[in-house]
Design a protein around this ligand. Structure first.
Ligand code: ARG
Length: 415
């Protein structure tokens, strides 16, 4: 690695931190700054042009606005959906999934421009710094990594704002949101402010997308989602591209108050943090996908896959997207999805999303075996022998423990 850093690719959002970072990096390294902005479907962007303009005006020498929504949905979000990945059983990983993609694009950009460093605006106590740094190292260990927020000397946000003002960086006149937000197509992550006390109910203004279930329609909305090999392709029998499908479900779900998650989670850096999420499409699609698997996967695969789901979520959350294990798990998951095609019917009502029906040409559900009515073809007598052998180890254990081996054992099981 060269000692002098001359060109830095910075992950830029247009917000205060990364704007200040442009100036700070330029001053500290006397380097050229290439601002990279990923469009992952985040909310609150009034104009990409304005973000671009702000980066130029703050001192970037090049600015890239990169629409990666389709790649994000197909290569990250839908992989995670096929895995039913939910960190600690709840968080659909929106923020975590976007990082490896952003890193991939920044590494490509750095190669294209001969940059020697990459930079991001993550703080020193979050998960995102780990995801960025680990992924940068995995894809190009030759790049220096700079995290201004871990290094700079501002102790408070006000000091940062003073620096911004002194350097002609536009600071929003309106009072900044008390929350820290990160969003993309797969969901929005909200923390800080009153949420830092886990006892506080999230105030109404903390939620950015979804309606309060109390203010949603008094009638349910029924939806049918069709999957092909684990990928959602239709809403109500109409084909959608991945991005449009997720956007549509976010819109419908928000109207019905779907996808609110309130949790205390274990960060990789050892801290517990309270975060709320809104992920309407993620909730609808994950529930639908899980239930289609319930119909189409055999028991052993289904049970084993649920262990894989938890591991997949952990790897994604812990910044190990580029690890060999994640790739190997994807191969397993892909194999399990070959039969996961069919339709799922859901009911959205007052903040609840419930699966009410499912069907598939690959359904393993056999009416003749399941029914308690006319047409039952299950051999009830076959159950008896099965149960005897199934319970044998448990029975022996109890008998040995109670020291009366000889009773039922011989009578029932010996020839
Ligand atoms: N806790 C989430 C994660 O680690 C989200 C982090 C970003 N959250 C935020 N509000 N800025 O993936």
């Amino acid at each position: 690695m060269k000692n002098k850093i001359e060109k830095i690719v910075l992950a830029y959002s247009g917000g205060l931190d990364t704007s200040v970072a442009i100036k700070w990096l330029k001053e500290k390294f006397k380097a050229e700054i290439i601002a990279y902005v990923a469009n992952v479907g985040q909310c609150g962007v009034e104009s990409w042009d304005l973000i671009e303009k702000k980066a130029w005006e703050t001192g970037a020498s090049k600015v890239y606005i990169d629409d990666v929504r389709a790649e994000f949905v197909h290569n990250y979000v839908f992989k995670s959906l096929k895995a039913n990945a939910l960190y600690e059983g709840k968080y659909p990983l929106a923020t975590a999934l976007s990082r490896p993609l952003i890193v991939q694009r920044m590494v490509d950009l750095a190669a294209e421009h001969g940059a020697d460093a990459v930079a991001h605006g993550c703080t020193g106590k979050g998960n995102d710094q780990v995801r960025f740094d680990v992924s940068f190292r995995a894809l190009n260990p030759g790049l220096a990594i700079i995290a201004p927020l871990r290094e700079w000397e501002f102790k408070t946000r006000n000091e940062e704002i003073d620096y911004a003002k002194a350097n002609n960086i536009p600071v929003k006149a309106s009072k900044d949101s008390p929350y820290s937000l990160d969003s993309n197509l797969w969901g929005i992550s909200i923390e800080c402010g009153l949420l830092e006390d886990p006892w506080n109910e999230p105030p109404a203004d903390a939620y950015q997308w979804t309606k309060d279930p109390a203010d949603t329609p008094d009638h349910p909305l029924y939806l049918t989602i069709s999957f092909e090999k684990g990928v959602p392709v239709k809403i109500d029998h109409q084909y959608y591209q991945g991005v449009a499908l997720v956007e549509r479900l976010n819109q419908l779900g928000s109207e019905y108050g779907i996808g609110r998650i309130d949790m205390v989670e274990n960060r990789l850096v050892g801290i517990k943090s309270r975060e709320i999420y809104e992920a309407p499409a993620a909730e609808i699609l994950t529930k639908a996908h899980q239930q289609l698997e319930d119909l189409t996967l055999d028991r052993e695969t289904a049970h084993y896959k649920s262990i894989i789901s938890a591991k997949y979520a952990e790897l994604t959350y812990f910044g190990l997207w580029y690890s060999p294990l994640r790739e190997a798990l994807d191969a397993f998951i892909e194999e399990t999805q070959q039969q996961v095609s069919g339709d799922v019917r859901l009911k959205l009502y007052k903040g609840n999303c419930t699966v009410v029906g499912r069907k598939s040409p690959h359904s393993l559900y056999q009416f003749e075996l399941a029914t308690y009515e006319q047409g039952d073809r299950f051999d009830h007598a076959a159950a008896e022998g099965f149960i005897k052998l199934w319970g044998l180890p448990t029975m022996i254990h109890r008998q040995v423990k109670e020291k009366n081996q000889d009773t039922v054992l011989l009578k029932e099981y010996a020839k």
